[in-house]
Design a protein around this ligand. Structure first.
Ligand code: PMP
Length: 391
C-alpha cells in the first residue's frame, strides 16, 4: 500500500489552496529580485529594514571569525557562547525583565515554554486567531485546551470562571500575524490577575516595531513583568536576524532551562547570529526614525486605501491586510500585482478562515513614500476592478 500522496496534493490544487515558493536572489528589503526580475516587496517581516543593514551584516561577519559558523552543541552542552549570554542580558535589560533566554526560533520558543509550564492538570486559553506555533504548543503540552473568541475578554472570562485547573495560562499573539490588530493586553492582564492565571504574549510582530522605544506591545501597553509574566519575542522580523527569546522572572527562565525540551535538545543558534542581533538591538534603540517613518507610511497607506474604498482591517501595525474573500480572487490579485512588479502574498485557508482570503501587505522602514505610492497605483489598477467583478 502506498501513501497516495498525489491524491492529497491534487485535492489541495483543486481547492485553489496549493502553496508554492519564490526564490529570492538578493537580500531581503524593499526592492528584491526574483528569477532575475526586480520587484517592490510588501510581503516580508523586515519591519525596520535591518535584514540587510551593513552594520548588522558586518557584526555577523566579524563574529564569524571570532566564533566560527556553528553553535556546535546545545546550550547545556557547551553551545552557550559569550555572544549568546550578552545578548540575553541585553534583551532582559531592554524588556525590563529579570532574565531572558534565547531559542533557535519563535516556533521552538512557543513549543518549549507552553509544554514546560503546563501538563495534564492545567489549562491553556488561546485566542482563536493565535499563531500555529502557539496552538501546536497547547496541544503538545497535554493541558486542557480552550480557544476563546478573537480578542473577546467576556468569552475568555466565562471560560476562566468554569475551570478548576491547577495552572491557567492565557496565551495570545501581541500583534495578530494575519490581521495586524493588537490583543487587548490591559484587559487580558487584569483578567489574569483576577483569576490567578498567567498571561503569555507572543510578540513576534510587535517587538522592535511597536512602542516608542521598540519594546513592542509590552511597552505600548506599559505591562511590567508582573502584568505579563511570559513575554516571547522573535528576532527574524524587526531585528532582521533569526531566533527568539523568552523574557520573564528568574524562576521562569530557570524552569525553561530545566524543562523546555526545545531549548535543551537542540543546537544553539550560531553565535554570529547573536552578535548580529546585538548590533540590531543597538540600531533599533538609537534610531527611532525607523519606527516613526514606518508609522507615517502606514497612516498614509490607510488614508489612501479608505479613499479608494478598499476593505482594510482595524490595524495600525505594519501588517495591513486587504480582505478580498475567495482564495481564487486573492491569488489572481497577487499575480496581477506581481505582473506590475509588486510582490504581495495572498493568504488563504487554512491560515485564515474561509471566505476571508486576503492580500497581506506588510510595510518596512526600508520603504520610501514613493514605493507606497507605486503600491497604491497598482492596487487601484488591480484590486478594485477584480473586487467589483466578484461582488
Ligand atoms: N509567532 C508568530 C506570531 C509568528 O508570526 C511567527 C512566524 N511567522 C512565529 C511565532 C514563529 O517565529 P519564527 O519564524 O522565529 O519561528
Amino acid at each position: 500500500m502506498s501513501f497516495d500522496l498525489e491524491k492529497d496534493l491534487q485535492a489541495r490544487r483543486a481547492q485553489g489552496l496549493y502553496r508554492t515558493r519564490k526564490t529570492l536572489e538578493a537580500p531581503q528589503g524593499a526592492e528584491v529580485k526574483v528569477d532575475g526580475k526586480p520587484y517592490l516587496a510588501f510581503c516580508n517581516n523586515d519591519y525596520l529594514g535591518l535584514a540587510s543593514h551593513p552594520e548588522v551584516s558586518a557584526a555577523m561577519a566579524s563574529a564569524t571569525s571570532e566564533y566560527g559558523t556553528g553553535g556546535g552543541a546545545s546550550h547545556l552542552v557547551i553551545g552557550h557562547s559569550r555572544a549568546h549570554h550578552q545578548l540575553e542580558e541585553e534583551l532582559a535589560a531592554f524588556t525590563g525583565r529579570e532574565r531572558a533566554l534565547l531559542f533557535s526560533n519563535g516556533y521552538m520558543a512557543n513549543l518549549g515554554v507552553i509544554s514546560a509550564l503546563l501538563g495534564k492538570e492545567d489549562a491553556v486559553f488561546q485566542d482563536r486567531l493565535n499563531h500555529a506555533s502557539l496552538l501546536d504548543a497547547g496541544l503538545l503540552s497535554g493541558a486542557r485546551f480552550q480557544r476563546y473568541l478573537h480578542n473577546d475578554v467576556v468569552n475568555l472570562e466565562a471560560r476562566l470562571s468554569r475551570t478548576d485547573a491547577r495552572r491557567k495560562l492565557i496565551v495570545t499573539d501581541g500583534v495578530f500575524s494575519m490581521d495586524g490588530d493588537l490583543a487587548p493586553l490591559k484587559e487580558l492582564s487584569e483578567l489574569a490577575h483576577r483569576h490567578s492565571a498567567w498571561l503569555m504574549v507572543d510578540d513576534a510582530h510587535g517587538f522592535g516595531a511597536l512602542g516608542a522605544k521598540g519594546g513592542g506591545v509590552a511597552e505600548h501597553f506599559s505591562l511590567n513583568q508582573d502584568d505579563l509574566p511570559v513575554l516571547v519575542g522573535t528576532l527574524g522580523k524587526a531585528f532582521g536576524t533569526a531566533g527568539a527569546f523568552v523574557a520573564g522572572s528568574e524562576a521562569l527562565i530557570e524552569t525553561l532551562i530545566q524543562f523546555a525540551r526545545t531549548y535543551i535538545y537542540t543546537t544553539s543558534m550560531p553565535p554570529a547570529v547573536a552578535e548580529a542581533t546585538r548590533a540590531s538591538l543597538r540600531i533599533l534603540k538609537e534610531e527611532n526614525w525607523r519606527r516613526e517613518h514606518l508609522n507615517k507610511l502606514i497612516q498614509f497607506f490607510r488614508k489612501e486605501c479608505k479613499q479608494m474604498g478598499l476593505k482594510l482591517m482595524d490595524s495600525h501595525s505594519p501588517i495591513q491586510p486587504v480582505i478580498v474573500g475567495s482564495a481564487d480572487t486573492a491569488v489572481a490579485m497577487s499575480e496581477a500585482l506581481a505582473a506590475q512588479g509588486i510582490l504581495v502574498t495572498a493568504i488563504r485557508p487554512p491560515t485564515v478562515p474561509k471566505g476571508t482570503s486576503r492580500l497581506r501587505i506588510t510595510f518596512s522602514a526600508a520603504h520610501k513614500q514613493q514605493h507606497v505610492e507605486q503600491l497604491l497605483d497598482a492596487l487601484e489598477r488591480t484590486v478594485r476592478p477584480l473586487q467589483e467583478e466578484v461582488a
